[in-house]
Design a protein. Structure first.
Length: 255
């Protein structure tokens, strides 16, 4: 009887731990800078204050790829990436549409909340941060009504082709990449209006944060890892790496 009780207790503990982890992963709370005691005018290059942002691990298998976090001030979204990297800040930077194939990058996926998230829809976007000199920010929108054909881009492989309605550099952001022991940091400030977010406390969005890692030579991307999307591990198929998959993103709540 005693061994049965121990087994039941162990099973219950495992169940509760799994439930708590699932709950934690299901919703990401984006706190205000004032709550975190970070001044609105804190320079993005001053990393220590930004470490107050609650950080979560991004892992690839058992490897910790990065710690990432987000905060806001009611008008802007702030993103923090602390990346573990033996060959930091290397990106070939040759193809403006495909920097995600060329080495180190950080990115964010954002879309209007709906449940279930389902297929990609109007308003879903990817913003890619590339550590070339100067840093490049690229906006990808797979669906955009009335998009100019000049900004539409096909992403092809021998297997399939997808069309992005809009791919272009994104202006009006502040970004700072910086070397640090064992890797690099990336801190970004994005105005809500750039993402179509009309803020009020409790606003929900679809959300994911990712890190793309280069090979040692900084020529190609050899690993993709995300906070929520655990299926984003393909690195040998252009359309698969480019497409937006909101069904795999998480839920974020702007406090």
């Amino acid at each position: 009887m005693r061994s049965t009780n121990i087994l039941l207790s162990t099973t219950l503990c495992l169940f509760l731990m799994t439930a708590l982890n699932a709950q934690e992963n299901a919703e990401y709370k984006i706190q205000k800078l004032s709550t975190l005691e970070i001044a609105d005018n804190t320079p993005l290059t001053d990393l220590e204050p930004w470490k107050k942002v609650p950080l979560r691990e991004i892992k690839s298998g058992d490897i910790q790829v990065a710690k990432v976090g987000a905060a806001h001030d009611g008008k802007n979204l702030f993103l923090v990436y602390l990346v573990n990297d033996d060959s930091p800040l290397k990106n070939r930077g040759q193809d403006p549409y495909n920097h995600y194939k060329e080495g180190d990058n950080c990115d964010v996926m954002i879309g209007p909340f709906r449940s279930p998230a389902g297929a990609v829809s109007e308003g879903d976007m990817r913003i890619l941060f590339t550590p070339v000199e100067p840093a490049v920010v690229t906006l990808y929108r797979q669906m955009m009504k009335g998009s100019d054909p000049d900004f539409q881009v096909e992403f092809k492989s021998p297997v399939r082709t997808i069309m992005m309605d809009f791919v272009a550099p994104m202006e009006g952001l502040d970004i700072a990449f910086k070397l640090m022991d064992g890797g690099y940091s990336c801190v970004v400030k994005i105005p809500f209006e750039k993402m179509g977010i009309q803020y009020q406390s409790g606003t929900k969005i679809l959300f994911d944060l990712g890190v793309l890692s280069s090979n040692d030579g900084g020529i190609v991307t050899e690993r993709r890892a995300y906070l929520f999307n655990k299926k984003a591990n393909v690195v040998m198929d252009v359309p698969t790496e480019a497409e937006l998959t909101p069904a795999e993103w998480g839920l974020a709540v702007l406090e």
